[in-house]
Design a protein around this ligand. Structure first.
Ligand SMILES: [Zn+2]
Length: 180
């Protein structure tokens, strides 16, 4: 089963990335520690927080919690490593970045139904659209999506295990004294 998360209000970007990567991620705009703990506990979610005190409280209750000091690339990479998160966005798996709902792809034949819901230029330029079945937001792979993909690529590069350099394992230089 995929890990599910609940994210505090300071980590909105992480919330969006996790949803785009297909992870069920709860997010509350209310800065309410008790509510976050309750959601984590009752729904079996991992708490992601930048609040050390909240992190300690969660641990005290036996709730899995990760303390992230802001949105630092290395910490994102470490988080993804820890939960085996593949930092590759597949829109077929993505969840709505706004509400965590499920996305469904709009076929070419159904494209007409989103006319007027996005800018005319966008409508004409893109062929693939996704609709959130919960909040009805329309998504397409615009510039913003490309930026996120580029960022995920960067995170992947940080996640790659350090390779031992390939080459001779010992020194080939002649070390014995040459006989005259
Ligand atoms: Zn939605």
């Amino acid at each position: 089963m995929m890990t599910t998360f609940v994210v505090d209000t300071m980590l909105g970007k992480i919330c969006r990335w996790l949803r785009l990567l297909g992870y069920d991620t709860a997010y509350s705009t209310k800065n309410d520690d008790n509510l976050l703990l309750q959601i984590a506990e009752t729904e079996g979610r991992v708490l992601l927080t930048s609040d050390a005190e909240l992190h300690r409280r969660a641990e005290g209750k036996g709730i899995p919690s990760v303390l992230l000091r802001g949105e630092v690339d290395e910490e994102i990479a470490a988080l993804f490593n820890r939960f085996s998160i593949d930092a590759r966005i597949d829109p077929a798996r993505s969840r709505c970045s706004k509400c965590n709902g499920h996305l469904t792809e709009i076929s070419e034949a159904e494209k007409e139904q989103i006319r007027g819901r996005v800018f005319e230029q966008t409508y004409n330029h893109y062929d693939r659209f996704w609709l959130c079945t919960d909040c009805s937001s329309v998504f397409f792979q615009g510039g913003h999506w490309k930026n996120i993909n580029r960022y995920m690529e960067h995170i992947r590069s940080l996640m790659e295990p350090t390779q031992t350099p390939v080459g001779p394992t010992h020194d080939h230089r002649e070390t014995r004294p040459r006989s005259p």
